[in-house]
Design a protein around this ligand. Structure first.
Ligand code: SUO
Length: 444
């Protein structure tokens, strides 16, 4: 049977804005209060997704969330009509209003952790939405994420959906951004590499001092248990706390894997050699560890350019390509490195650049925008087919964005009651385009 790795990209929501909500995420902080362009952001994302489909990849889309999140605003005591709730929140607690307006669900690498059926004891593809408890604006995502995943992967025979982990710092879970699956072929069992920032129970273990470590070991272990993974196919590895303190808030800002390739910065992890030996032993087949040294690319350049927030994909020809943000072209050290990389005799043979600057300004590169789901052909056939990218869907979604999205948004626009009407109208139509049913609270 054929098997694939599908990418499901998050559609950028109509409220995409720069509110500086993510402490520890350098781009989010430094672009706070800039004017955003939701229409351009959505189109940049669609273009990347369509280009991967055109390369012969299985490519899907995941719907965004309803924002402003009036349910959360009401839950914390703002009352009255929708317009009154927005107005009171804007006056009394603007930071809370901003948190309830973020389009952050676009970064679907943080939507969930996914384990393919070849790795799980019951032979199903398992999904656990990330609880994202470290950031208020992201902690309000998991319930709707679960609805969207269930409407997209809507077949009990093949897909198993779990509830997100308990909403406590001990179980801080950021999903696939801290999870990489290594394998010889997508349809063969592989090694699931869970990278965590700190342990909640071993409080003396190393941890960052300046910025938060969003993922805990305990969360990663819980996901592995839920997903029915064998101990022999899991590796838990700690991220280097020093790089978290330099702005590497998720592991996918400092390493990325595909099949038997792990592309990483030499400072990415703790205990690197011991853990790589464990990976080699558990993989039981060849691994390519492609190391980038500090001399080649500094941590600062890696964080600015998102060299490691690239996607490594296996093209239908069998060659691997790197999908990089144009920011990598603009950084001399990184551009030079990538030009050299394709000549080094590793499986990575090409680099393709995409402009995802609207997302990059909030700290989300190509890899943040996608959730990987390795599936065999039966499982691909069981996916909601209306979410899979093709010429027709690309045209429909571009028309939909043109009709409903603004081309400018500032933080002060977030209290505009018109925005909630626009957003709901857009999302209601989207659920019809993607045939998702009623995934949003306003539809229930
Ligand atoms: N995987 C990339 C995630 C980026 C995301 N940024 C944000 O939420 C920024 C939102 C803002 O600042 O408006 C985060 O840090 O979790």
């Amino acid at each position: 049977m054929k098997h694939f790795e599908a990418n499901f990209d998050g559609l950028v929501g109509p409220t995409h804005n720069y509110a500086g909500l993510s402490f520890g995420n350098v781009a989010s902080f430094s672009n706070a209060a800039q004017t955003s362009n939701p229409k351009a952001a959505a189109k940049q994302g669609l273009q990347k997704a369509k280009s991967l489909a055109d390369l012969g990849m299985v490519q899907g889309v995941l719907a965004p969330q309803e924002r402003p999140d009036l349910y959360t605003l009401r839950r914390i005591g703002f009352s009255g009509s929708d317009a009154e709730v927005l107005q009171k929140a804007a006056q009394q607690a603007p930071a809370l209003l901003n948190a309830c307006c973020s389009a952050s669900s676009m970064w679907t690498a943080n939507a969930a952790t996914v384990s393919p059926s070849a790795d799980t004891r019951d032979g199903k593809v398992h999904f656990t939405p990330a609880n994202l408890v470290d950031k208020l604006h992201r902690s309000i995502e998991p319930i709707t994420t679960g609805h969207i995943l269930q409407a997209t992967f809507n077949n009990d025979r093949h897909f198993k959906h779990h509830q997100h982990l308990p909403e406590h710092a001990s179980f801080g879970d950021e999903g696939a951004a801290n999870h990489t699956r290594l394998c010889s072929e997508y349809g063969h069992s592989g090694v699931e590499l869970f990278v965590y920032g700190q342990s909640a129970t071993h409080t003396n273990a190393p941890k960052p001092t300046k910025y938060p470590a969003r993922q805990t070991l305990e969360a990663s272990q819980a996901v592995a248990r839920l997903h029915q993974l064998e101990d022999e196919s899991c590796v838990f590895m700690q991220q280097n706390p020093d790089v978290i303190d330099q702005g590497v808030f998720h592991n996918d800002v400092i390493s990325v894997g595909n099949k038997n390739v792990l592309f990483y910065h030499e400072q990415a992890f703790l205990n690197t050699e011991v853990k790589f030996d464990e990976i080699r032993r558990k993989m039981n087949s060849d691994m390519h560890f492609v190391k980038v040294t500090t001399e080649q690319v500094s941590i600062d350049d890696a964080v600015r350019s998102y060299l490691f927030n690239t996607q490594i994909i296996t093209l239908p020809s069998g060659e691997m390509a790197i999908i990089a943000p144009t920011n990598c072209q603009e950084n001399p050290a990184v551009f030079a490195y990538l030009n050299e990389l394709v000549t080094l005799g590793t499986p990575i043979k090409q680099v393709r650049y995409f402009d995802v600057k609207q997302s990059m300004q909030n700290g989300g590169g190509p890899a943040c925008l996608r959730l990987r789901v390795a599936m065999n052909e039966q499982e691909v056939a069981a996916v909601n087919q209306n979410t899979l990218m093709n010429d027709g869907l690309f045209t429909r979604l571009n028309t939909w964005v043109d009709r409903h999205y603004r081309d400018q948004l500032t933080v002060s626009d977030l209290a505009d009651p018109q925005l909630i009407m626009e957003s709901r109208t857009a999302l209601d139509q989207l659920t019809q385009i993607l045939k998702l049913g009623s995934v949003y609270q306003f539809q229930r």
